[in-house]
Structure formats: structure tokens, C-alpha cells
Design a protein around this ligand. Structure first.
Ligand SMILES: Cc1cc2nc3c(=O)[nH]c(=O)nc-3n(C[C@H](O)[C@H](O)[C@H](O)COP(=O)(O)OP(=O)(O)OC[C@H]3O[C@@H](n4cnc5c(N)ncnc54)[C@H](O)[C@@H]3O)c2cc1C
Length: 467
């Protein structure tokens, strides 16, 4: 145990003199930085609070039972832990001491020469944290599991409920947030319910299945070109998703969402409520700002220099969702997406190496790979730098891009075969109800039990996605 927390004990004597690069966060940006530093003359320590890398863009497929957890996540030790110069430590960094050049995790202090912060982002309820247990977000695997559990439990109860009104309530889902994640989730959940109800539930009617997609903005996919948003909206409505756009969530109570908009106030009753509406940077951003006075934007992202360093601390870099990088031709910060995170992580790692070797790197240039959202089986919309693709061609592009991006070969093969199987058979192999609190023999695993399942259950606030 003591040895574990000492400075990295290098297996080869030569490594003792090498600079020590600490990377916090093994997501898109941190993993790419590790890959760039593997087998280079630096000692690398990767610290993450989870022991796996998560491919967040496919979380909606876990939530809707298309694929299972291990298809979208891979153990960090297997991905980069085999490189001789990379050590992986499991723990949550809780503090940073920039003057001493130390991070604090597992109540120990740990020194660095170069620090790369890549702790990503979590979800925000815009000051209404009490909504979190009632409408889980979709940032970590456990959130996706919980959404699937709630929906499947509601369908199981509906199958045994004679009251038609309660059945309709149990067969209703509200998804808050009509960005890519919300549209993907809504499209996949309505398809799941329609298929399951038609083929596997004997008591339920397809007409009673409802997914309501809510957003305060007037259109779906507001970050994509207008024609693509319109195409996605048409597809979702044809699939049976009800759109409530221009409607602000005023209140969430167990099984209830109150909206206010131009059409006045309305209340939705739904057994399953999901939240994809707000993102905030990992709390390490604000923490570092407190420690050394560096600037953060409204979303808590560290405002970084052109080389991703923090003003006054060239040895600390922030990449991915944690940083606001506005050194772009239009001076707008790069979007919080996987593509920029990967490019930032790779560039910063190469820049760290170059400086250590006395070389200068060409400035960071972001290559815009566009954005995509898959709305249903065989249907996606893609905005590729102004080139718009919808429908089946969009789906093929989406599938190829995601298979290329997923960092683990085994997952790539598993996903491809599961998608093909699902398309051929319309079966979802991962429709498992797991994580019911009463299945854990009294061991507290931090799972919240929805109040409509058990009246009077005490609400526990779930852990959010990022620190
Ligand atoms: C549901 C969903 C769908 C998405 N869909 C898309 C999409 O289709 N296309 C796209 O481009 N982008 C998409 N994104 C956004 C994309 O996933 C993020 O932009 C990307 O993950 C950011 O990468 P990152 O490396 O900055 O952070 P992350 O990938 O979030 O990694 C952060 C890592 O830091 C670790 N960590 C956090 N805090 C601490 C701490 N204090 N100590 C130690 N470790 C810590 C976490 O465990 C995690 O491993 C989606 C996001 C979500 C949530």
C-alpha cells in the first residue's frame, strides 16, 4: 500500500531521471494524451476515478437496451497500462496545489512536473439539484442503467395493471433536452417501446406508449443546421415522439413535469423522466480557479492559453470538456465534443514532449469533423462542415464514424455485430433489469428508488458524472 502511493517506482533505472507527467482523467482527451506519450522518454501517471474509459456517445444505446455496458467501456489498464512508462492509479483528484506542483487524491499528495487535466464535464440542473433523483441525467454508465431499469420496471408494472389510466402513465417517458443526446434517447426509447409492446407484452397497447421530448429552444438539434433539425423533428414525430418545444421546465415532482411556454402552463404525467438538458465542467475547473486565480467561463470551464495552459502556469494544461479554448478564427470556444477533446489531448501531449526536447510545435489547429445524431434505426442526420446528409446515408456515415472513433477493437467488433443483429431481427439483447435496490441484500450501492415504485422512499442524490 505504501509503495502504491510513493512517487512512481520506475521499473527501469533510466526512468528515474525522466520528467513526470500526470494526466487526470482517462476519457477521450486523457486517453489520447496517454497514447501519444506511450513509450516516450517521460514517466506518465494516469489518475481516474473509474477504472475504464467510457464512450459516452453510445450511452443512449445502453439506456435503451441495444448494447450492454462492456460494449461501450474498456478497462484503462488494458488500453494503456501495458506501456512500460505509464502507471495507472485509481482515485478521485480532490485538490491541486499549483505552488507545490502536487495533486491530492485518496488523501495523499502526489507530485508532478507537467499536469494535464482532462476531467470532462457533468450534468447540471441549473440550480435545481432536487430534480436529479427524479429525472436522472445520462453521463455515466450507472445513469444509463438507471434509465433502462426505470423504463423496464414501468412496463412490467403496466403489464400487470388493470387501470388504463395508470397504464398510460407507466408507458409514458419524458426526455428533457432536444440536443443530440435527447433526440437519440427519445428515438431509441419509442422504438423500443413500440417493438416490445407489439411483440412481447400481451396486455399493453402501442397507442398508449408515449415519449415526450421537451426543450426550451424552439427546435430540435439547435446546434446543427436548421434543415437537419427539421428533418430530425419530422422523423421523430412520425415515429411517435411528441415534441414540446419552446417550453421551459418549471417544476419536476415524482411522476410529474410542469412546463411553461407560449402555450401557457401544462403538466405532463410520466413514470420515467430523463434529463439531457445541461452540462457543466468538472468541478476541478472552479477548484483550480480558486487555487491560482485563473479564469473560468460561466459553464465552469477553464479559459486556457493557445497552448492549453493556465495563465501563469505553463506546466498545467486543461483539455477536453474542462477547457474553454477560444483561440479560433471566430473566437468562439470549441464545442464540448469528442472530436475536439481527442485532438486537444493528442496535441498537448506532443507539445509537452516537444518542449521537453527543446523543440517548438506548430500551433494547435482544430479540424472540424462535423456533428451527427442517430434518430432511429437506419436514420441519422449528419452535418459535415456544411454538407448535410440524412436518412440511411447519414446512418452509414454515423456508424462508420463511431466505429472508427471507439478506441477498443473488441468493442468495435461487438458493436458492429450487435447493430447488424438488431437490424436483422429487431431484437435488443441487453433489455435487462439490473440494479434494483432490494437485490443488493441491504448493501448500499447508492441507487435511488423511484417514489412511484415505493411511496415514501427517501430520496438519495445520485453521484454526478464528473468531479
Ligand atoms: C450522452 C452523451 C452523448 C454524447 N454524444 C456525443 C456525440 O455523439 N459526439 C460527440 O462528439 N460528443 C458527444 N458527447 C460529448 C463527448 O462525450 C464529450 O465531449 C467528451 O467525452 C469529452 O471528453 P473529455 O476527455 O473531456 O472528458 P470525458 O470523456 O468525460 O472523460 C473525463 C474522465 O475524467 C474522469 N474524472 C472526472 N473527474 C475526475 C477526478 N476528479 N479525478 C479523477 N478522474 C476524474 C472521469 O471518470 C472520466 O474518465 C456526448 C456526451 C454525452 C454525455
Amino acid at each position: 500500500m505504501e509503495r502504491f502511493f510513493l512517487e512512481l517506482d520506475p521499473p527501469a533505472e533510466v526512468m528515474r531521471s525522466w520528467p513526470h507527467v500526470v494526466i487526470v482523467g482517462g476519457g477521450f482527451a486523457g486517453l489520447k494524451a496517454c497514447h501519444a506519450l506511450a513509450r516516450q522518454p517521460v514517466r506518465v501517471t494516469l489518475i481516474d476515478k473509474r477504472n475504464f474509459n467510457l464512450f459516452q456517445p453510445l450511452l443512449y444505446q445502453v439506456a435503451s437496451g441495444l448494447v450492454s455496458e462492456a460494449d461501450v467501456a474498456s478497462p484503462l489498464r488494458q488500453m494503456v497500462g501495458q506501456a512500460p512508462n505509464i502507471q495507472i492509479l485509481l482515485g478521485e483528484v480532490s485538490d491541486i496545489d499549483p505552488d507545490a506542483r502536487e495533486v491530492v487524491f485518496n488523501e495523499q499528495r502526489y507530485g508532478y512536473d507537467q499536469l494535464i487535466l482532462a476531467t470532462g464535464s457533468g450534468s447540471t440542473y441549473f440550480g435545481r439539484e432536487e430534480w436529479r433523483p427524479l429525472a436522472p441525467p445520462m453521463k455515466i454508465l450507472e445513469h444509463a442503467d438507471e434509465i433502462r431499469r426505470r423504463l423496464l420496471m414501468a412496463l412490467e408494472e403496466a403489464e400487470q395493471t388493470p387501470d388504463p389510466q395508470r397504464r398510460r402513465f407507466l408507458q409514458t417517458v419524458v426526455v428533457v433536452g432536444a440536443g443530440p443526446a435527447g433526440c437519440e434517447l427519445a428515438g431509441s426509447l419509442i422504438e423500443l417501446m413500440h417493438r416490445a409492446v407489439r411483440r412481447e407484452f400481451k396486455q399493453l397497447r402501442q397507442d398508449d406508449c408515449t415519449v415526450v421530448l421537451v426543450d426550451v429552444v424552439e427546435r430540435v438539434l439547435p446546434t446543427m443546421a436548421e434543415p437537419l433539425g427539421a428533418a430530425a423533428a419530422r422523423y421523430l414525430e412520425a415515429a411517435g415522439v411528441e415534441l414540446r418545444l419552446g417550453a421551459k421546465v418549471e417544476a419536476i415532482a415524482p411522476g410529474r413535469v410542469r412546463l411553461a411556454g407560449a402555450a401557457g402552463e401544462q403538466e405532463l404525467a410520466a413514470a420515467t423522466i430523463c434529463w439531457t438538458a445541461g452540462v457543466r465542467a468538472s468541478r476541478l475547473g472552479r477548484l483550480l480557479a480558486e487555487r491560482c486565480g485563473c479564469p473560468v467561463d460561466r459553464g465552469g470551464r477553464l479559459v486556457v492559453e493557445p497552448d492549453f495552459s493556465i495563465p501563469g502556469h505553463p506546466e498545467i494544461r486543461a483539455v477536453g470538456d474542462l477547457c474553454a479554448y477560444a483561440h479560433t478564427p471566430d473566437e468562439r470556444p470549441l464545442p464540448g465534443m469528442a472530436g475536439p477533446a481527442v485532438q486537444m489531448g493528442g496535441w498537448v501531449a506532443r507539445d509537452v514532449l516537444a518542449r521537453l526536447q527543446g523543440r517548438a510545435m506548430a500551433p494547435f489547429r482544430w479540424v472540424d469533423l462535423g456533428s451527427m445524431a442517430v434518430i432511429g434505426p437506419w436514420y441519422a442526420v449528419a452535418d459535415l462542415r456544411g454538407w448535410h446528409v440524412t436518412g440511411l446515408p447519414g446512418w452509414i456515415l454515423w456508424a462508420l464514424a463511431h466505429l472508427a472513433f471507439i478506441p477498443d477493437t473488441e468493442n468495435r467488433i461487438a458493436l458492429f455485430s450487435k447493430w447488424m443483429w438488431q437490424i436483422a431481427t429487431r431484437q435488443r439483447t441487453a433489455l435487462l433489469i439490473t440494479g434494483r435496490p432490494d437485490q443488493h441484500l441491504g448493501v448500499d450501492v447508492g441507487l435511488y428508488r423511484a417514489p412511484w415504485e415505493e411511496e415514501g422512499a427517501s430520496a438519495q442524490v445520485e453521484a454526478s458524472g464528473a468531479g
